[in-house]
Design a protein around this ligand. Structure first.
Ligand code: UDP
Length: 236
């Protein structure tokens, strides 16, 4: 039987923990333990981490002093910081890891080469894809979707602070309803926040299922890979 392959996307913001900034090592360790369950089950794992805990291009460029393009490059660099941190936590728990960056940084990590990434995955190594797509005006959600398609992942799991997709913001509306399954077109609707439209369009065209789940629920990632979609939402 062919091995399962998954791309898990974590937001940078989630890494920050209580302080709201930087990297909380207890959260890194928690994520590493969740990923270890996948690796121990023989699943091949690619990872993308955002950079929102450090800087986002749009925010950096808000008052016009920093150009949007430069802000976006700063954001991409932030994802490399997170990737290196995550690599450490995964290795701390005994896993084998490679970071591959979309922007060449040879003293820090490998450069993204899809064939090489696939070889790492086949050997049981985790590959963390850093620096987004390498281009400004994109998000790490789009980078994650792109990489998932490139490595032929069975699905992308967006591991977030909420346990799925709601018809409106569950933090603002108490009557917000969770949607267990959505079509790609439903996910593109204005009130639905799954990923940005570029990511969803890319997933739709390549028939890549998107699963949205609560990253802080222990055992969630493995349960999803074993076909239990009870505690999440799926776009397909
Ligand atoms: N970014 C970019 N191109 C990419 C991916 C990311 O320019 O392909 C920049 C962008 O400025 C973004 C920042 O990197 O705001 C951090 O990524 P993101 O906001 O997606 O992180 P998250 O919200 O997941 O923490």
């Amino acid at each position: 039987m062919a091995k399962q392959r998954v791309l898990v996307k974590f937001s940078g913001e989630a890494l920050a923990g209580e302080s709201g900034y930087g990297v909380d090592t207890s959260i890194l360790k928690f994520i590493a333990e969740e990923i270890k369950q996948l690796i121990d089950s023989g699943i091949e794992v690619g990872v993308v981490i955002g950079g929102g805990n450090i800087i986002r291009g749009v925010t950096a460029a808000k008052d016009g002093i920093i150009k949007r393009t430069s802000g976006d490059y700063m954001g991409m660099l932030a994802t490399v910081i997170n990737a290196v941190a995550m690599q450490e936590a995964l290795e701390y728990l005994g896993m084998r890891v490679r970071v591959q960056s979309a922007i060449k940084m040879e003293q820090i990590c490998e450069t993204f080469i899809v064939r090489r990434a696939i070889r790492h995955l086949e050997k049981g190594r985790i590959v963390i894809f850093a620096a987004g797509t390498g281009n400004p005006f994109f998000t790490t959600d789009t980078a994650a979707t792109l990489r998932a398609i490139e490595i032929g992942a069975d699905m992308i799991i967006k591991a977030t602070k909420v346990d799925g997709v709601y018809d409106k913001d569950p933090n603002k509306y108490s009557d917000a309803k969770k949607l267990p399954t959505l079509s790609y077109d439903e996910a593109l609707a204005d009130n639905i926040k799954v990923m940005d439209d570029t990511s969803i369009a890319l997933a739709k065209e390549n028939k890549l299922p998107i699963v949205v789940c609560d990253m802080f629920k222990k055992g969630n990632l493995l349960a999803i890979m074993q076909g239990d979609y009870e505690k999440c939402s799926i776009v397909k």
